[in-house]
Design a binder for this molecule. Structure first.
Ligand code: 3HC
Length: 678
């Protein structure tokens, strides 16, 4: 049957196909449910309901996806147009069946619109989910009340509180999708489906369903996921709403949802998480490079070093289907490295995180070798050997002779000067830093270090490649420690000084953990290794760390560091460390005093913010939100505090400045002028 009439109003198109009305949204890039879309949908649904010749309505989207949610950029601003919950109610109240035809990602408000519809059909590649929790929110357009009524408490908790989407097939299995249709025939299949159900009465409305309370599922859920959700407000609010869905009438549950949603929306945590959503996407943009710059093709990647870092780096590319040549100096080290990679893949497959054939598929793309010459056909070569300038220079000199013209040469250094490394080659424009974080196959952050001469297309290519391997990439300038490690330095210096002045490692770490960091500076030292960067001369003891290292207290791996560890690596405060600290205090004539938590915050966290401001002032980061992205994705800064610069701004720049001044730190200009928050 052919279309009989087409009407376009803003982003919404309405077509009649016999007695079926098709409403299509065309609002790129992701059909977010902004005011124009919502108002257009309201008008179209009302028109369909009013037209007596229409028997059913199909709702779908053009472009890459079904509605990917409410328009996040509208949050925090005055509401315009019809509210989303009202629109969903309007759709559900239609006396004619409305069918959601889903492709791409029906997320958040998009999923809630689908739940307001009477039927849902989806293509096999579609995903459905309620990721609002990741924005510090909950599904606030009836989703917390409708989803449990359709899929039960247990599945709803997983979807709403964890925020991970499900496939069309999984959605069909749990009753969220009524029919999985042809991948390329969504429009036609949805029309056919609409004709089948047009006469069905009563029309199935999710609000009319009842879901049994399931306290056991709630308890198990809390036990399984409680730790991961520590510090966040939204998960608890989500649970409250899901429980209400099972225990209360629909309208009462909606009232609970509304109240909880508004509290979250007006709170700091969601503001921080929304900030990060946009910050992560902004980080991919390079201010002074044309986004249309032609990229270099990356068909094969070379990695030098098959240790923990090199192996982890290689896995990123293998997982994305990019062949990798990996080089080591000794056969034994090469075998050990590739063995670890295979075992990592196999462990993920055993846990069901990867398909069973994924380890073989990935490893088949790997070419291990002992010869640098085998890197000649690589389009990108990443050096991941240990941190020593002369070793790196030697490798880059060799690479310059081996790599094909146009190949990108990257160093995984975490501190060293990329310009100095680039200078040993005849192609400094092709050189840059790619600083991965350990474990490199897991951690999301990639600092891309732009050398003085790095060519624009080299930088753009690596930033685009980062997205392909699912990293969040941030551009950093050449300075000691780039963005992340540079900010770690003042924190470490102050933490050490605080020990001398009277604080304990436990107190300092406790303040950091209470703040929301995964661990404090001394727990981190124990995890990474107290011996890292140690001069290895036991007779030269200049500070507490040297003393620990000289006694073999190298951290968790030795069962002793700043803490004592049992066989399960549980830490307890160490008597011996307290003695060492006392000895040092005595030697330096330091009289310990009581140190307040507030002082620890000012001296270890405000100083990081101050360093961030200096980094911005020197142009070593493009924007404040990039600094936030680095610390959230690379160092576990609590997401709900939005990153150091966002946090400082929400604390109040004045308070941070006053704190820094109180303890005698020179304050970066940008903190006073506000430049540090741009
Ligand atoms: N609102 C506003 N803008 C959005 C958006 C949204 N919901 N989702 C994506 N965008 C923007 C992005 O900022 C980006 O803009 P840019 O090009 O200017 O940087 C552009 O759309 C493309 O997004 P991505 O780069 O993320 O594209 P991908 O293809 O990688 O991913 C996606 C697509 C999976 C849809 C991903 O964008 C995503 O996860 N979006 C957010 C989904 C979400 O959280 N929805 C819930 C919103 S809250 C809600 O619905 C509340 C309700 O319950 C009341």
């Amino acid at each position: 049957m052919t279309s009989q009439s087409i009407e376009q109003s803003g982003p919404i198109r309405v077509e009649r196909d016999g007695d079926i009305l098709q409403i299509t949204s065309d609002s790129p890039p992701v059909n977010a449910l902004g005011a124009a879309v919502r108002d257009g949908l309201e008008a179209a649904v009302k028109a369909g309901v009013a037209d007596s010749s229409i028997t059913a309505i199909v709702l779908r989207c053009d472009g890459r996806t079904f509605f990917a949610g409410a328009d996040i950029s509208e949050f925090g601003k005055p509401l315009q147009g019809i509210p989303l919950p009202t629109l969903v109610d309007l759709i559900e109240a239609s006396p004619k069946p409305v069918i959601a035809a889903i492709h791409g990602t029906a997320l958040g408000g998009g999923c809630e619109v689908a739940l307001g519809c009477h039927y849902r059909v989806a293509v096999p590649s579609a995903k459905l989910g309620t990721p609002e929790v990741k924005l510090g929110l909950l599904p606030g357009a009836g989703g917390t009340q409708r989803l449990p009524r359709l899929v039960g408490v247990k599945a709803a908790l997983e979807m709403i509180v964890l925020g991970n989407p499900v496939s069309a097939k999984a959605a069909a299995d749990m009753g969220l999708v009524d029919k999985v249709v042809g991948e390329d025939t969504l429009a036609a299949d949805a029309l056919a489906f609409a004709r089948e159900v047009a006469g069905t009465r009563p029309i199935p409305r999710v609000r009319d369903r009842v879901v049994a309370p399931d306290p056991a599922a709630v308890e198990t859920f809390r036990k399984t996921h409680g730790r991961k959700l520590r510090g966040f407000d939204a998960p608890e609010a989500c649970i409250t709403c899901v429980v209400a869905a099972a225990e209360r009438p629909f309208e009462d549950g909606l009232a609970v949802e509304r109240e909880q949603f508004m509290a979250l929306m007006n709170g700091n945590q969601s503001a921080a998480q929304r900030h990060l959503f946009f910050a992560e996407r902004k980080a991919a943009k390079i201010d002074d490079i044309d986004p249309a710059t032609a990229l270099r093709a990356i068909g094969r990647v070379g990695v030098i070093g098959a240790g923990t870092m090199g192996g982890g780096i290689a896995m990123n590319f293998l997982s994305a289907g990019v062949p990798v040549t990996i080089v080591e100096m000794q056969q034994e080290a090469l075998d050990r490295g590739t063995g670890v990679m295979r075992r990592n893949y196999e462990a993920s497959a055993a846990k069901g995180r990867l398909p069973a054939d994924a380890p073989d598929k990935a490893m088949a793309l790997l070419s291990p070798t002992l010869s640098l010459d085998d890197l000649a056909d690589c389009d990108l070569i990443i050096e991941a050997v240990y941190e020593d300038m002369s070793v790196k220079k030697d490798i880059f000199t060799k690479l310059d002779a081996i790599a094909k013209p146009g190949a990108i040469l990257a160093s995984n250094t975490s501190y060293l000067n990329i310009d100095e490394i680039a200078a040993v080659t005849k192609r400094p424009g092709d050189v840059l830093g790619m600083h991965f974080f350990s474990p490199a196959n897991v951690m999301k952050l990639l600092e891309v270090v732009r050398g003085r001469q790095t060519a624009p297309d080299v930088l753009s290519t690596v930033m685009a490649l980062a997205k392909k391997i699912r990293k969040v990439a941030v551009v950093a300038g050449v300075c000691d420690g780039f963005i992340g490690n540079r900010m770690l330095m003042p924190r470490q210096v102050e933490a050490n000084k605080l020990l001398m002045e009277g604080a304990t490692p436990e107190q300092i770490d406790r303040v950091h953990v209470a703040f929301g960091m995964p661990m404090g500076p001394f727990q981190m030292a124990d995890l990474a290794g107290v011996d890292i960067g140690w001069h290895r001369d036991p007779s030269r003891i200049e500070n507490i760390r040297d003393a620990l290292a000289a006694e073999g207290r190298w951290g968790q791996k030795k069962g002793a560091g700043f803490y004592d560890y049992d066989e399960k690596r549980n830490p307890t405060p160490s008597q011996r460390v307290a003695e060492i600290i006392d000895e040092f205090r005595a030697k330096e004539g330091a009289t310990p005093r009581d140190i307040s938590d507030e002082e620890i915050v000012a001296r270890t966290l405000y100083t990081m913010v101050n360093e961030g401001a200096l980094i911005l002032e020197e142009g070593m980061a493009q924007r404040a939100s990039d600094v936030d992205v680095v610390w959230v994705y690379g160092y576990g800064w609590p997401v709900y505090r939005g990153g150091p610069m966002f946090w400082a701004q929400s604390e109040g720049a004045d308070k941070v400045v006053a704190g820094l001044e109180r303890y005698g730190f020179p304050v970066a200009k940008g903190l006073k002028t506000g430049e540090a928050f741009k």
